[in-house]
Design a protein around this ligand. Structure first.
Ligand SMILES: [Zn+2]
Length: 372
């Protein structure tokens, strides 16, 4: 058994034991575009702001979106991705987009798909200053380090190979067609990831903050702040008031949120704070650019529904397992995933199951300290 991965963007274990039968419905999609780490889309977000949108993943081997914000004195980049080879392409694209140097990087949180490209920016722009919350630095330096070694990637690869060779789980139950597809895709993507890891030099945020700060890029003020714990214990967002643009990191992820290690009650409050900002354009941590708050509000409602149902279950003395079985979020699941079997699989394993577990622990013990 590979160790507990515990991290949303490399959370193989989460998808392993969902215990949920997801009917495949239509044809199973073959290996998705995330198998090609070079696949990304560059889009204009607002004047002087461009986003590199990563493809939607099936397995946890994904890259977060990256955003470049250009002022008269220089540029700021939000998140640097998981694959150094792709980060180098982003840097080349930035140089085509602007002659200004990248002066600042903001890592929105510690999950490796948002900061493993830091070293590439340091090489390209030696004076660049990397910022993040204190939690981001601390967790990147401790928990994330466990996940970004080739030894760890090897153990994950061996585990997936073993599963596919056996065709069944450790408890003897057979892999479903969707699981077979998932692990076949995971094998391919883990091999890509392993090769990328060899190029990673982990560079932590050099400047940390608790609440927030404002960066003056020359004619453009950029607010960086932590609206509260949510997806992690210290998510930062980047807000450009004059462009009415908000870059959320993984506080907002589409088509469905990541639930692992999250802080459900505080996440709801953090999202409500974001919803109150004067924003026309929102760039999520994963997923397409949004021009309204419809999805953000949907996530607030989904998390609130889970929190309410879990509290009720705890009041009734239900076990965690019984609570997992009792939770009803079919409407949200349908709205977010449609009939796509991969999305349905990911929703259960990467969002619902860990989110319910976290909400259950919160309901019993109050605000959590760990990010497991
Ligand atoms: Zn992410």
């Amino acid at each position: 058994m590979i160790p507990d991965l515990g991290h949303a963007c490399f959370a193989l274990v989460l998808a392993l034991n969902t215990g949920v039968a997801v009917s495949a419905g239509g044809p199973v999609r073959t290996a998705p575009s995330a198998a090609d780490p070079a696949a990304y889309q560059q889009v204009k977000v607002a004047e002087g702001i461009q986003a590199f949108l990563s493809p939607e993943g099936v397995t946890p081997i994904v890259s977060g979106n990256s955003v470049v914000i250009v002022g008269e004195d220089g540029a700021l980049v939000v998140d640097t991705g998981q694959f150094p080879s792709v980060t180098r392409q982003h840097i080349a694209a930035i140089r085509r987009f602007t002659s200004k140097p990248v002066r600042y990087i903001v890592n929105t949180h510690w999950h490796p798909d948002h900061w493993l490209g830091n070293a590439e920016y340091l090489k390209a722009f030696p004076g660049v200053v990397i910022l993040g919350t204190a939690n981001t630095r601390q967790m990147a330096d401790t928990k994330a380090r466990q996940f970004i070694t080739t030894g760890y990637a090897d153990s994950a690869l061996a585990y997936v190979k073993g599963l596919l060779a056996e065709g069944k789980h450790e408890d003897g139950s057979p892999l479903s067609p969707i699981e077979l597809g998932y692990y076949t895709c995971a094998l391919q993507q883990f091999e890509v990831y392993r090769a990328e890891l060899l190029a990673v030099e982990p560079i932590l945020p050099q400047v940390t903050f608790k609440d927030g700060l404002t960066l003056h890029l020359g004619g453009l003020d950029v607010q960086v702040f932590c609206p509260g714990r949510g997806n992690t214990g210290g998510d930062a967002v980047v807000y450009v008031p004059s462009r009415k643009t908000l870059v959320t990191g993984d506080l907002v992820v589409a088509p469905f949120p990541y639930g692992s290690g999250s802080f459900i009650g505080e996440w709801i409050q953090a999202l409500k704070r974001l919803a109150a900002l004067d924003v026309d354009t929102l760039v999520p941590g994963h997923g397409p650019v949004m021009q309204d708050r419809v999805y953000l509000n949907q996530v607030v409602d989904l998390l609130s529904s889970i929190q309410g149902q879990v509290r009720q279950a705890v009041d009734q003395g239900l076990t965690l397992k019984a609570t997992q079985q009792a939770i009803q979020v079919d409407g949200y699941r349908k709205a977010m995933c449609g009939d796509d079997p991969w999305r349905l699989f990911g929703f259960m394993g990467n969002f619902l199951r860990p989110a319910v577990e976290r909400a259950y622990r919160e309901a019993k013990a109050g605000p959590l300290q760990d990010e497991n």
